[in-house]
Structure formats: structure tokens, C-alpha cells
Ligand binder design. Sequence first.
Ligand code: ZN
Length: 166
Amino acid sequence: MKSLIAKIKLFFVKKDNDKFSQNQFSKIDKYILDLENEDPEIREYAVFNLSNNSEAIKKLINIYSNYFSDPWHSSLAGRVIGKKIQKDSDNLIGPSTVSMIYGIDASVIICSCQFCGFPNKGILAPPNGRNVAYYSQDNDKGAYSIPVLCDKCGNKFYVAWDQDPF
Ligand SMILES: [Zn+2]
């Protein structure tokens, strides 16, 4: 199966050939691609723009819901939503709040990067994720884990739970 990113790139090649390349939806797709740009400022700018666009949020919720077929892009999409919910707070957010605002069954947690120690906020996690002990590691082994792109060093680490976080 082609990854989502490959699909979006194909979409862009097509869009560049017609005169509607500047519409809102191609901008949303560009910012979604930018979520994994190597430049942290470009990533942050993409999060900002996507957070403030209701069509973008709908699309991100849709990508997030495909966790089991594409954990990486689901996690990147979920992070935008998680950051929007958590804002500048250091509080973990429970599933009732997330469900009420976005209609998805998730919590929002903070986890320190396995590589640089930076506390990464706004991670969208399984509904009981904040109540079950979790830690960061550099691989996806364990009972349950989700990939996270570190806001600071840009490495991929995994939040892992040994017990069921659902
Ligand atoms: Zn890091």
C-alpha cells in the first residue's frame, strides 16, 4: 500500500499541471507534508496554519483515525490536534474533553524525547494513555507504542505503554 505522503505527492504533481493549484485544499496538503520537514520552524509554521483552519482539522482527524494502517502519519496529524487542545498548558487532557471538542476517543499527553530529553507536548494518545504508565524509547517494541517526531531534535522516538492504554 502506498503511504499517504506518496499519495499527497502524486496529488501535487497533478495539481501543478492545472490552474487550480493555489486553492485552499492544496495549501492544506502542503502544510501536512511540512509536518515532517527537517526544519523545526517550517514544522511549527505548518502546525500553526493547520490549527487555524477548520477544513484542515477535519482532514487531520480523518488521517488520525487511520492509525492502524499508517501510524506515522496518524501520529503527525494527531499532534496538531493535541497541540491545539493543550495550548500552553502543562496539563494532560482526558478523553472526555477531546471527545467533546473533536469527537475522537483520545487523550493528550506529554513525553520527553528519548534522544534529547525535550518534553514534547500535545501528543494525541489512546483514551486511557495518561493513566497508564508510559515512557519513551527508540523503537516500536512493547505492548503498545506510538511514534513521535521530537519538536526539538527532529528524531523519531516512541511513547510506549506496557499495559493496555485503551
Ligand atoms: Zn529530541
